[in-house]
Design a protein around this ligand. Structure first.
Ligand code: HEC
Ligand code: HEC
Length: 372
């Protein structure tokens, strides 16, 4: 049943056929169909405010960086660096994920440690000392000194600028960042991509973990991605890594030489949960290289090769991963299918929002150099 080819156009027909022909409906529920994302209801005034905040460097402690410094529209609102930058004086120890379609998620971060809502993720990003290192009380005062913000908060129905409203407005903007025009959604996939889809849902069994409209089961697995040792070589990254592990209550954090992943949630004494990471969405991969939680795989060809070898080497590796024995043309078809899950590049200009306010806070090309 897992291997059933699932095309959303045929969803209704195949569902009723499945109901008629199979007794085992539980298995179906395990692997939700791949298909288009549902539309979201958006409040335009709130989203416009959220957009201005997203690109505003005044939201970081020393006004050096904005959300867009690490979630850059050019790279599908992610970074093209294996490991993300951090607040000046720090660097991060993980790849910055895409924010496109993030509103559709239920659990956030590579280790799934935030399972409430995007307001909480936004607070974490602003206040975390190795991310934006901002005291939200200072942020609130800064915003109150800007006449444009006073106007925008008022128009959004929020009254005066406040921390709580910032944490609402930014997620409203994030809702506008959704896939647009992906060949998979528009029914314009090439023949090669269609064959890739048959492999994806069939022989290669990618849908075991990458399923539903986001192509993610919202769960975590150990795929054996190799460690990125830049975390431990670079003291700027290592200090952020230590701070994070100390805060998350990870054992032996001073000597830890691997990213524990979802161990932060389960803390199994035998360590069998070490190195599990959340299954990411496969939408918009065209823009978001390099891949995996630590950017260790450079291209989609590398990713397909990785899975063709049955994943990496790890004693906790998921038993679903087995060598696939794909021939070269099949590997190319799988890549073609993955690329068909990407739509047009979302630039700030192309947003459907009619900008009532000019955007003075375009991302700076390389903000690290600007500061030095
Ligand atoms: C200094 C770099 C940096 C800045 C600035 C930054 N982020 Fe992030 N962001 C990251 C990294 C790295 C992660 C992944 C962290 C992890 O998994 O532990 C992340 C994760 C996220 C996620 C979770 C995505 C997912 O799919 O799980 C969201 C949402 C997010 N950031 C939004 C924001 C917003 C909104 C801002 C501005 C208020 C912001 N970020 C500022 C680096 C940054
Ligand atoms: C056992 C579950 C599982 C299976 C099966 C699986 N994946 Fe994954 N996939 C994951 C997890 C977990 C990650 C994240 C790993 C990490 O961050 O270290 C991932 C990451 C990826 C990424 C990187 C995405 C990004 O934004 O970094 C791609 C691409 C991908 N998988 C494609 C595939 C393809 C193609 C197949 C089938 C050949 C497949 N996966 C099979 C669980 C799985």
């Amino acid at each position: 049943m897992r291997k059933r080819i699932k095309q959303h156009r045929l969803l209704t027909i195949s569902m009723s056929l499945a109901v008629a022909l199979t007794a085992n409906l539980d298995v179906m529920a395990e692997t939700p169909d791949i298909g288009p994302l549902p539309p979201l209801k958006i409040n335009q005034a709130k989203a416009e405010l959220g957009k201005r905040l997203f690109f505003d460097t005044r939201l970081s402690g020393d006004s050096a960086i904005s959300c867009a410094s690490c979630h850059d529209p050019k790279y599908g609102f992610s970074t093209n660096k294996a490991l993300s930058d951090g607040y000046p004086g720090n660097k991060h120890f993980r790849n910055a994920p895409t924010l496109i379609n993030t509103s559709h998620k239920k659990v956030w971060m590579h280790d799934g440690r935030i399972g409430t809502n995007l307001n909480d993720v936004t607070r974490g990003m602003i206040t975390e000392d190795y991310i934006m290192n901002m005291d939200m009380r200072i942020m609130q005062e800064r915003l109150k000194q800007d006449a444009v913000y006073l106007d925008m908060f008022e128009k959004a129905g929020y009254g005066e600028p406040s921390n709580g409203k910032v944490r609402k407005a930014i997620p409203e903007y994030l809702k506008t960042l959704t896939s647009r025009g992906a060949p998979f959604d528009t029914g314009t996939m090439s023949e090669s991509a269609k064959r890739g889809m048959a492999l994806f849902t069939g022989k290669a069994n990618c849908t075991a973990c990458h399923n539903g409209p986001l192509f993610s089961d919202g769960s975590s697995h150990n795929t054996g991605v190799p460690e990125n040792f830049d975390i431990f070589r670079d003291p700027f990254r290592h200090q952020a890594f230590i701070a994070y592990n100390m805060f998350m209550g990870n054992e032996n954090y001073m000597n830890l030489k691997r990213d524990p992943g979802t161990h932060v949630q389960t803390h199994k004494a035998d360590g069998s949960d070490m190195g599990k990471f959340m299954t990411p969405t496969l939408r918009e991969l065209k823009y978001t290289a390099p891949y995996m939680h630590n950017g260790m795989l450079q291209t989609l060809e590398d990713v397909v090769e990785f899975y063709n070898n049955g994943g990496g080497t790890d004693s906790n590796k998921d038993t679903l991963l087995k060598p696939l024995h794909l021939i070269d043309s099949e590997k190319q078809e799988l890549v073609a299918f993955l690329l068909a899950l990407s739509g047009e590049l979302l630039t700030t200009e192309k947003h459907v929002w009619t900008d009532a306010y000019p955007n003075e806070y375009e991302p700076i090309e390389d903000w690290r150099n600007v500061r030095n």
